[in-house]
Write a protein that binds this ligand. Structure first.
Ligand code: FEO
Ligand code: CA
Ligand code: CA
Ligand code: CA
Length: 661
């Protein structure tokens, strides 16, 4: 009797204002509760997390920096059930740690050490915090909680054995001392965006893995082959330090593997770790319901800084399309088209990983080329493509080489350099594909779908590049295998008071303005497009946030001409949003990024991740909570200690309605 009748108007909630408070703010009538934070124990025998730097056993605890996340339902008896909405599994990416120089200081008692060699015990904690977790969650007495002793709970770290699948399996480029036949590697690393396959498995994107490795100052000459060009293209110059200096932890191969110098005498790399970095950078698939099965790295989808993977609408008898972005400045957007055509029987398979083999191990990889007139095309990255065969910067040996070095192949065919493609998602209403282009400080000249470069904007910000980012959308001309498409910009990020003709091109109001879109996913239940930010440009006015959008379709807006001193540039802007079509839904605590969007199948719970609150804290202040930039979630009543922790929250509507109404 106390429960009000659910109101079902999409975006019926009152917009949340911008905030600098150290807390999660949701609209009136909604509740957000913390359910699963870094360090939480995942087995019955693991000690409670003290959060003072003395905890151990991180292989049995929630990892750090919760990022992309997907929900997999369970029925009331705990059996897999696609429609289970009150009990289920969350598969969570643990991207990275908060570190200063080498040390992930919040997990070490004294902040850890930044002198070399790094103590093995510190390295072991840091490697254990990376990877993914699968954790059971359930509603008890109307409140969500995680299940500490669930038999489903799982940790995969950046040292857990994974299987290489697809065309690069067994290729010379994958041979290492750990796997001389090139069929395995250790770990999944810097896991960022996620996806859910049409057959019900979990996929995770390996993003900024390159920086964890190092190679010697004279390694270019020692190698003396084309691998040097590959390493440089993927961000590993000789002599550059690794992020955590894990390679200094000891003689064991679990430390040595982070040094990818050519040290051995073999010609194929099977006696050292020179090829070790080729084992990272994939869309990697897991069976969320079975913790005994190894993850499979889907090399057919290419190797780069993967964010999410979004599946085009399934049509029986037609191939599948998987859309993906490479999140680095001036990198590319990709599409994989499966060889196998979709069978509805595969929507509920007995073995999800075998079904993954069917759809994700054979197919064609394409890269996007955008034209300034609002059209574009997909270019196949094939060893048989003349531009790839004739490329002189890097001589490709075979198709596996094209996939492992997809960035170089995309360079060869002249693909369009984008403003950092982060998440992508497919609009269930019409199949259009949305890509967040988060920002790009290296954007110096406008180019097609990347039209803003503030440097040239008189009377506007003096910052350079595309500061606030935008959200691009693509409409295939002819289904998943289409060779051509049209595009426009759904929304340009901007402060509401920015120049409307050059910056705030979407005419955002104070209830809608945002900067640096990153997480983006459509809710299946409501069709709402959830948008999350990872921003540093507007954080003087507001912490990072989440917005709800009800988008139209490509071409519903107008052509706009930006008047640069160097010449006018046309772009295509979607329909101007209204209070009924775009509204701020949530603002997070200090220094966090909002990420991870996973709804229960009934749409009544939305799980979201608060990543790296307090990351602006200086390591020197690790023992003084008053100097932390954030004390969340401790200040929300969750857990021991005051050190900030990445965490999952569950959002419910007090009247029991669906989220976003
Ligand atoms: Fe891990 Fe591109 O964000
Ligand atoms: Ca991201
Ligand atoms: Ca980001
Ligand atoms: Ca982040």
């Amino acid at each position: 009797p106390d429960v009000p009748t659910p109101s079902e108007k999409l975006l019926g909630f009152a917009a949340v204002g911008k905030s600098l408070a150290d807390k999660v703010i949701v609209p009136a009538g909604y509740t957000a509760s913390v359910i699963y934070a870094m360090g939480d124990p995942l087995t019955a025998s693991t000690a409670a997390f003290k959060n003072d730097g003395t905890d151990g056993d991180f292989e049995s605890r929630a990892g750090d920096q919760h990022d992309g996340m997907e929900f997999f339902g369970l029925d009331s008896a705990g059996k897999p059930s696609a429609n289970g909405s009150e009990r289920g599994l969350l598969a969570v990416n643990h991207e990275a740690t908060i570190n200063e120089k080498y040390s992930a200081f919040f997990i070490h008692a004294n902040g850890g050490t930044n002198t070399l060699p790094r103590p093995a015990a510190e390295v072991d904690r840091e490697t254990a915090l990376h990877g993914i977790s699968v954790v059971e969650v359930r509603k008890v007495g109307g409140k969500w909680e995680y299940v500490k002793d669930s038999a489903y709970n799982r940790r995969v770290t950046c040292l857990t054995e994974c299987d290489i699948h697809g065309p690069a399996k067994g290729n010379a480029l994958l041979k290492t001392k750990y796997s001389p036949d090139g069929s395995k590697t250790r770990g999944t690393l810097n896991n960022c965006g996620t996806g859910k396959t049409p057959w019900g498995s979990f996929v995770t994107g390996e993003e900024n893995w390159s920086g964890y490795f190092t190679r010697g100052a004279a390694d270019d000459a020692a190698r003396g082959d084309k691998s040097v060009a590959s390493l440089k293209r993927y961000g590993r110059s000789q002599g550059a330090a690794s992020r955590h200096a894990w390679e200094t932890g000891g003689a064991d191969d679990k430390y040595a593997r982070w040094n990818i110098s050519k040290l051995g005498a073999s010609t194929d790399g099977s006696d050292d770790y020179r090829n070790e970095m080729n084992g990272q950078g994939y869309i990697t698939e897991a069976d969320p319901y079975n913790k005994t099965r190894a993850l499979r790295k889907r090399t057919a989808l290419g190797r780069y800084a993967h964010e999410s993977a979004a599946f085009g609408k399934t049509v029986a008898g037609q191939p599948l399309a998987v859309y993906m972005g490479d999140d680095s400045r001036n990198e590319y957007i990709y599409k994989f088209v499966s060889t196998a055509t979709w069978s509805e029987a595969d929507a509920t398979p007995a073995d999800v990983l075998a079904t993954g083999d069917k759809y994700l191990d054979a197919g064609k990889l394409f890269v996007a080329k955008f034209n300034a007139d609002g059209t574009g095309s997909w270019i196949e990255l094939s060893i048989n493509n003349a531009a790839i065969a004739a490329y002189t910067t890097y001589k490709f040996a075979d198709q596996a080489d094209v996939l492992v070095n997809a960035r170089l192949a995309a360079d060869a065919v002249g693909a369009t350099k984008m403003d950092r493609p982060e998440w992508c998602s497919v609009n269930p209403a019409n199949g259009e594909v949305y890509f967040t282009l988060t920002n790009n400080s290296a954007r110096t000249a406008p180019d097609g779908p990347n039209p803003r470069t503030y440097e040239d904007m008189k009377g506007s910000s003096k910052q350079t590049g595309n500061v606030n980012g935008h959200i691009l959308r693509v409409k295939e001309k002819d289904g998943n295998a289409s060779a051509t498409f049209s595009w426009d910009v759904y929304l340009f990020g901007a402060q509401s008071d920015a120049n409307p003709g050059m910056v705030n091109l979407s005419s955002l109001t104070a209830d809608q303005d945002f900067s640096s879109p990153d997480g983006l996913a459509f809710a299946k239940s409501t069709g709402i497009c959830w948008i999350q930010t990872d921003d540093g440009a507007y954080t003087d006015a507001t912490n990072c946030m989440m917005l709800a959008g009800v988008p139209g379709s490509v071409g519903d807006g107008k052509k706009v001409t930006l008047a640069y001193p160097a010449g006018n540039v046309d772009t295509f802007v979607g329909k101007t949003p209204t209070a009924d079509t775009l509204k701020r839904f949530l603002v997070g605590p200090v220094d966090c990024e909002l990420t991870g969007i996973a709804e229960s199948p009934d749409g009544k719970t939305l799980f979201v991740n608060i990543q790296h609150p307090g990351e602006g804290t200086a390591m020197a202040n690790v023992a003084d909570p008053t100097k932390y930039s954030s004390q969340w979630p401790a200040n929300a009543g969750y857990g021991a200690g005051k050190r900030p922790r990445s965490a999952t929250i569950a959002i419910t509507k007090d009247d029991g309605g669906r989220i976003g109404t």
